[in-house]
Design a protein around this ligand. Structure first.
Ligand SMILES: Nc1ncnc2c1ncn2[C@@H]1O[C@H](COP(=O)(O)OP(=O)(O)O)[C@@H](O)[C@H]1O
Ligand SMILES: CC(=O)OP(=O)(O)O
Ligand SMILES: [Mg+2]
Length: 419
């Protein structure tokens, strides 16, 4: 009998949940029944997008939804009350719930969430202050509302477990580094894994021969240098704060900046709780910086289409910081690059930013077709390269929920039987 999988992606500004049915053959391809997204958690009011077959809701404004847990509870009610989604009229029909957990520490693959894994994920909450605690709030809500479902954690960091030592080691005292797990982990790995498989299908080239410079540009943004299908380098670090700026994050700055920003930087912030210790410095750099601090909005769509000086400055900063990774990753891949890939909300919808980024690497042989870049993308993979460009530029509509659901089918035997 088909089983129902609920795949939950708690991002820093959104919760995306897709519902799948397992196949009745052994094709390992789940069928999507519905997708619900609550977005704009950092730019209220939050909005609902819902798709089930031809049934579509777009941009319904929601009151009193301000956290990932609120969004989860709202979506679950919406799904179970949707008469057209008969497969989910009984909550007990849900067999697996997959959770995107951003920081998985040393875990290199998915885990059933039991008491031990729950606490390990909780212990990592300080290292992903916008993500792990909200994801766990959803895990607790699932345990409460859907006690029959098996909770499985998929880690953003797991894809980067292939980073070589000279890339993931920080040049600091190694005794302290090892004791406290202070190294580069990298994130957005579920998305990078989806991207690699989508590009492999599109180019008809095996995953283990693919070299990609991938840019996942959403509320959090990162770059990944993918060599033979594996992560060779990535811009995020010990936490998702490092590297590119984001909606509310500064990205990499001189580490000394904080000592000059405020003298109370090391003190606990007001949002520090029993479940997560966060200092004022971490709060400022994670929650009150990035596009929000420069422009007053976290909506990069608005920033891109505005001619206000502060919006243009934010846009130029983003294009410039991205260029700090594209060209170096090209050289790390020795110029053997199958594609430059744009993904994530901004990567998929931000034609103007793609244009600015690709102009910055024109000398390497990347060039866009303006008409293709100007259109809304509809397919999973869209080639937006100009005719005659030496290297391909692709837009991939990444789908972290589908990547997790597919993996449930692959890993089912490992999960079933465990509590
Ligand atoms: N037309 C657009 N052009 C550029 N950016 C856009 C556009 N529409 C939405 N975005 C941006 O996409 C980002 C959200 O990306 P997404 O990957 O869904 O976020 P999350 O990190 O929460 O998963 C927001 O910053 C939003 O402003
Ligand atoms: C890791 C990360 O920053 O994720 P998101 O972009 O979903 O906030
Ligand atoms: Mg995301």
């Amino acid at each position: 009998m088909p089983e129902i999988i609920l795949s939950i992606n708690a991002g820093s500004s959104s919760v995306k949940i897709s519902v799948y049915k397992t196949p009745s053959d052994d094709s390992k391809v789940p069928t999507q029944l519905a997708e619900a997204v609550v977005e704009g958690l950092t730019a209220p009011p939050a909005k609902l997008k819902y798709t089930r077959g031809d049934e579509k809701v777009k941009g319904r404004e929601l009151e009193n939804i301000s956290s990932q847990e609120d969004a989860f509870r709202y979506i679950l009610d919406h799904l179970t009350n949707d008469k057209g989604l008969s497969e989910l009229n009984h909550k007990n029909d849900i067999k697996f719930t997959c959770h995107r957990v951003v920081h998985g520490g040393d875990y290199s693959r998915s885990q059933v969430i039991d008491k031990k894994t729950y606490h390990q994920i909780e212990d990592l909450s300080d290292l992903a202050p916008l993500h792990n605690a909200p994801a766990l709030s959803i895990v607790r809500a699932v345990a409460d509302i859907l006690p029959h479902a098996k909770n499985v954690a998929y880690f953003d960091s797991a894809y980067h477990s292939t980073l070589p030592d000279y890339i993931c080691t920080y040049p600091i005292n190694q005794e302290v580094a090892k004791k406290n797990g202070l190294r580069k982990y990298g994130f957005h790995g579920i998305s990078y894994s989806f991207i690699v498989h989508a590009v492999s299908t599109h180019l008809n080239k095996p995953v283990n021969e693919l070299n990609i410079i991938a840019l996942h540009l959403g509320s959090g943004a990162s770059a990944c240098c993918i060599n033979n299908g594996k992560s060779l380098d990535t811009s995020m670090g010990l936490t998702p704060l490092a590297g590119l700026p984001g909606a509310t994050r500064s990205g990499s700055i001189d580490p000394s900046l904080m000592f000059h920003f405020t003298h109370t930087a090391g003190k606990p912030s007001r949002s520090s709780t029993e479940k997560m210790n966060i200092t004022q410095a971490e709060e400022i750099l994670n929650k009150n910086s990035g596009w929000k601090s420069l422009t007053g909005t976290t909506d990069f769509g608005k920033i891109s289409s505005s001619d206000r000086d502060e919006d243009q400055l934010a846009f130029n900063i983003f294009a410039d910081r991205i260029s700090n990774y594209t060209a170096p990753y090209f050289t790390k891949l020795d110029g053997k690059v199958d594609a430059l890939v744009f993904a994530g909300g901004i990567g998929e919808k931000g034609g103007k930013l793609r244009d600015a980024v690709v102009k910055g690497v024109k000398c390497l042989g990347f060039e866009l077709d303006a008409a293709k870049n100007g259109k809304d993308v509809e397919d999973v993979v869209t080639d937006i390269s100009a005719d005659g460009a030496k290297y391909k530029t692709l837009v991939v509509q990444t789908d972290e929920q589908l990547e997790m659901a597919r993996n449930v089918l692959e890993d089912r035997d490992r999960f079933v039987g465990k509590t």
